[in-house]
Design a protein around this ligand. Structure first.
Ligand code: ADP
Ligand code: ASP
Ligand code: MG
Length: 410
């Protein structure tokens, strides 16, 4: 008998009608002769509301209590989903992350899955239950509740599919699959039939939130193929898998944008060993995630070092870097928010030249200024003004003829 893991995101269980729709789909899958494990997210908006509430009662809530709070969103959703299945004459039971055997490390609010012991899931499946598991949560070896970072239900689904050796893992969401760009930003974006793990990983890391990047990383590491598809219709979605030879024929698979970024520059940093280390050790000690880092060529024994961070971290970064600028003898710190990162991603870049030139030309023609540039083997990213982000994505999408490579099943 096939075993299938189906994950339903927040919008897909966003109201009672949609929960009933999910319940129907779960029953249908079981009737087709499958053993079914469902992974469910909190109803749309619930996690954001809980975060807001926490902020209203405490300026700096402990991360342990934050996890205890956030996990309730998924717990409500699994109980409602199981009830809906049972009301339709099906047989379902809900399990929290802990009950499902999801064991994590102790890093509250961004815990990593250490191990899954799916004993209880197997027993319930052999009793013909549809097993409805809470996404995004697990427990420490001491039994404290943890969460897996925003979008973490994707990770629960992939990790469970891997641990159970599932025959298929389907990620149901509110769009038809992975598109060449966020379809809410570029209406001409087309759904991709397939994508390599590496491409989806780069796109997720570059702001395409259709899949959590840690989930894609896990899928790649453990070889768990999955399909992203819509819970609102029956269309085939996008299959994410190991790359195949023909995938390299496509120069660019997609365009991603990440908003709310800030750029920090230290001007005239003395060109000596240890300067960069002083800067980035201080930033990382404050748990601030640094994204792009660019150092200019040395000019009269000084260099400029620029990097990007989330806009929300800027005040803290400015505060902690002020004394370091003095200590290392740099001239000044210049920083501003209101920037966005635009990335083009594709494994075809390895074998096609001229991608960077085409991107820069398109942005230049659109009178969009590039503030920073960074590249990896399969990605070129630029920092631009946030106000230009949507237009830049639309221009880039058109310049690379991306609409040609998708399918027209949207
Ligand atoms: P869920 O709640 O189901 O996990 P998310 O909101 O996390 O759904 O992710 C789906 C959203 O991701 C879509 O509504 C879409 O706006 C956005 N998105 C961003 N980039 C892409 C892309 N390249 N392809 C598809 N969707 C994208
Ligand atoms: N509910 C969590 C979030 O909003 C996890 C998820 O939806 O995947 O981030
Ligand atoms: Mg999501």
């Amino acid at each position: 008998m096939r075993l299938i893991v189906q994950k339903y995101g927040g919008t897909s269980v966003g109201n009672p009608e949609r929960i009933r729709n999910v319940a129907e789909r779960l029953i249908e899958t079981q009737k087709e002769g499958c053993r079914v494990v469902a992974v469910i997210s909190a109803m749309a908006g619930v996690t954001d509301n809980l975060l807001k509430l926490a902020g209203e009662v405490s300026p700096k809530p402990s991360e342990r209590e934050m996890d205890a709070l956030l996990a309730t969103g998924e717990q409500a959703a699994i109980a409602l989903t199981a009830m809906a299945v049972n009301a339709l004459g099906g047989r379902a039971i809900s399990l929290t992350g802990a009950q499902a055997g999801v064991l994590t490390d102790r890093i509250h609010t961004k815990a990593k899955i250490a191990n899954i012991s799916p004993k209880q899931i197997y027993e319930l499946l052999s009793d013909d239950y549809i097993v409805v598991v809470a996404g995004f949560q697990g427990q420490t070896p001491e039994g404290a509740t943890t969460t897996l970072g925003r979008g973490g239900s994707d990770l629960t689904a992939i990790a469970l599919a891997g641990a159970l050796g599932a025959d298929a893992c389907e990620i149901y969401t509110d769009v038809d699959g992975v598109f060449t760009c966020d379809p809410r930003v570029v209406p001409e974006a087309l759904k991709l039939d397939e994508i390599a793990y590496d491409e989806l990983l780069e796109m997720a890391g570059a702001g395409s939130k259709v899949m959590q990047s840690r989930a894609v990383e896990f899928a790649k590491k453990f070889g768990v193929p999955f399909e992203v598809r819509s819970s609102f219709n029956r269309k085939a979605g996008t299959v994410a898998k190991e790359e195949t030879a023909s995938m390299e024929d496509v120069v660019i698979r997609g365009v991603s944008i990440e908003r709310k970024q800030a750029k920090v520059t230290l001007d005239d940093v003395p060109d000596m060993p240890g300067a960069a280390s002083r800067i980035f050790t201080a930033v990382s000690a404050a748990n601030i995630l640094v994204d792009m880092i660019v150092q200019s060529a040395s000019d009269r024994n000084t260099t400029d070092i620029s990097f990007t961070i989330h806009e929300g971290d800027l005040p803290r970064a400015e505060e902690l870097l002020a004394p370091i600028v003095k200590a290392i003898g740099a001239r000044r710190l210049i920083s501003h928010g209101g920037v966005a990162k635009l990335s083009v991603v594709g494994i075809g870049m390895r074998s096609h030249s001229g991608v960077a030139a085409r991107l820069f030309d398109c942005l230049g023609q659109g009178n969009i200024n590039i503030e920073l540039i960074s590249t990896s083997e399969i990605k070129i990213a630029v920092v631009i003004a946030e106000k230009d982000a949507d237009r830049a994505a639309q221009l880039t999408h058109a310049a690379f003829g991306l609409a040609r490579y998708g399918t027209s099943t949207r």
